[in-house]
Design a binder for this molecule. Sequence first.
Ligand code: PLP
Length: 430
Amino acid sequence: MITRMSWELSVFGKNLCEGSGISDLMDDLGEALAGPGDVMMLGGGQPANLPEMEAIWRRRMEEIMSEPRQLEKMLGHYDVPAGNEAFRVSLASLFQREFGWNLTHENIAVTMGGQTAFFFLFNALAGLFPSGDQGKILLPILPEYIGYADQSVGCDFFEAIPAQIQKIEQHEFKYLIDFDALELNRNHVAICVSRPTNPSGNVLTDAEIERLRAIAKRNKIPLIIDNAYGAPFPNIIFSEVTPVWDEEMILTLSLSKIGLPGTRTGIVVASKEVCRQISSMTSIVGLTNSNIGQEIMTPLIESGEVLTLSKKVVRPFYEERSKLAQSWFHQEFPDDLPYRIHRSEGALFLWIWFEGLPISTKELYQRLKKRGVLIVPGEYFFFGLPKEIDWPHVRECIRVSYTMDPQVVREGIKIIAQEVVSCYRESLAC
Ligand SMILES: Cc1ncc(COP(=O)(O)O)c(C=O)c1O
């Protein structure tokens, strides 16, 4: 009989091998999508399967297969670690045409998904320095994307500022950056925000971005903007804002939310030096990237078709679904229940705040799971806060995805409402 040895894990191993919020979330998502279909999956970041987009992917695969040697090249070649040159040239000219940015393909590096781009960027910029200093990433508005939380291979490197809450009428709210609390020190090595924000669907205004840009510039550190849901693609952004970039910023995009998460393609737009660093990390960690998403997308970017699809198919679909899901919340929740939905300005989720919820949303998650509904408890999105801050808001929010079949979303929301109402009632009965 073979007995299993167990090895002690390094700091890197401990940080990455022992699970995290994002691993639980991805396990839930994968199991729900692979299972018999009886789970109401309102949890993960899975984009919707849009028939118009699926037809485009099919058409592109047929074109690739009918073109001599194209399929063989896509499957059989290692490309350069910075990303396919034609893909990067097409992106650079799209950004020049659309936004007037001054850049070339050398300002673009491809990664194995946006998630990997953040792993590289955060660990290269922050953490332990040879001087003994510990570099920190400043998150100027919390809650922020769960997927950043456990990416450090060494010491914790996030410091976050709780959002200011603006209550709007009876059942809505919006987060704003608390600029008065935004004090930088010499340990801060970058400022990072997702726009639109996962989980809240908040979109930082142009004025907020300009202020962050000025603060970053003054402190000679990069402003990182995670544009996984933003313009020009997938364009899941319902408010009119201007995308900005210059060499002092780092912008990331992804092919996932337009419908190609399985191709694992992330895009970093940055100075040439940062792009060379990303390329170096790609070659060390994985040699190179997957070719498939880049090959599918290049002609769509060159022709501008990706813009039309994003504007005419992708954005309207999610905007409509967001409105529907909000109307179902309002129908299912009693008007006197203290629930508020974050103003839905983009991304795939509704972010619901139950002020004074008698149990934590981690407990609510367990209760809903027993009833076949998966959501994401809000606690995971509040990281990087000083230990002495006890902010009840952390335990009072949930993230609900509205990308699944409308009947599933509707039924899920009904069950969420029943369960939340019971929680408040049980606490009154005590
Ligand atoms: C804000 C944000 N950034 C980055 C990612 C990473 O996406 P991917 O690695 O699929 O490009 C996600 C995924 O959900 C996200 O929500």
